[in-house]
Design a protein around this ligand. Structure first.
Ligand SMILES: [Zn+2]
Ligand SMILES: [Zn+2]
Length: 175
């Protein structure tokens, strides 16, 4: 094989992602598994070039189309999300937390799906949240214009709680 192996936690997530794909009559091929593993192993969002750089199957570099096609598949299955602002990919938080990817239905029986991300511009980490109030507000605002929304991705930039705490601590040291 010679393919990269990941941390036990990531391997476990990959196994459950594989089972999830099987349940949807899809295949998590070795390449797709590798790309997903690299994304899950990284604490920060991964760009396509970055993934290409780290992707080695049998010690050989991978062709860009292979990585792009894998990313397309993983995004379509809801296993990873693309953060447009960063042109980078993160694993779905629901998959990371429950180790059982929901295929991104997020359990909404009706209305649109609105995926929400908090992007910290200091540490470059991304947090996925699911606040139903945001989804409902988008739905209502669009409907008021006679517009039928199909879906939405909300990307909110700012400073995360940890970075805010760090900044506050640094502030007290100075004064
Ligand atoms: Zn998600
Ligand atoms: Zn931060």
């Amino acid at each position: 094989m010679g393919a990269t192996t990941f941390t036990p936690d990531t391997e476990r997530l990959l196994d459950s992602a594989e089972a999830f794909c099987v349940s949807r009559h899809q295949r998590l091929t070795e390449q797709r598994r590798q790309v997903l593993g690299l994304i899950l192993d990284s604490p920060r969002p991964s760009g396509a070039y970055d993934l290409l750089d780290r992707m080695r199957v049998d010690g050989k570099p991978t062709a860009p189309p292979t990585v792009y096609r894998a990313l397309e598949f993983l995004t379509a299955q809801g296993l990873v999300h693309k953060i447009e602002r960063l042109s980078a990919f993160v694993g779905c938080a629901h998959m990371l937390q429950s180790a059982s990817p929901c295929g991104h239905s997020h359990g909404h029986a009706q209305g649109i799906e609105a995926i929400q991300f908090l992007i910290c511009t200091h540490c470059r980490r991304v947090f996925e949240i699911t606040d139903d109030r945001i989804r409902t507000a988008i739905d209502a605002a669009a409907q008021a214009q006679g517009f039928r929304p199909a879906g939405a991705t909300v990307e909110i930039e700012g400073t995360c709680a940890e970075c805010l705490a760090d900044a506050a601590a640094a502030q007290t040291q100075i004064s």
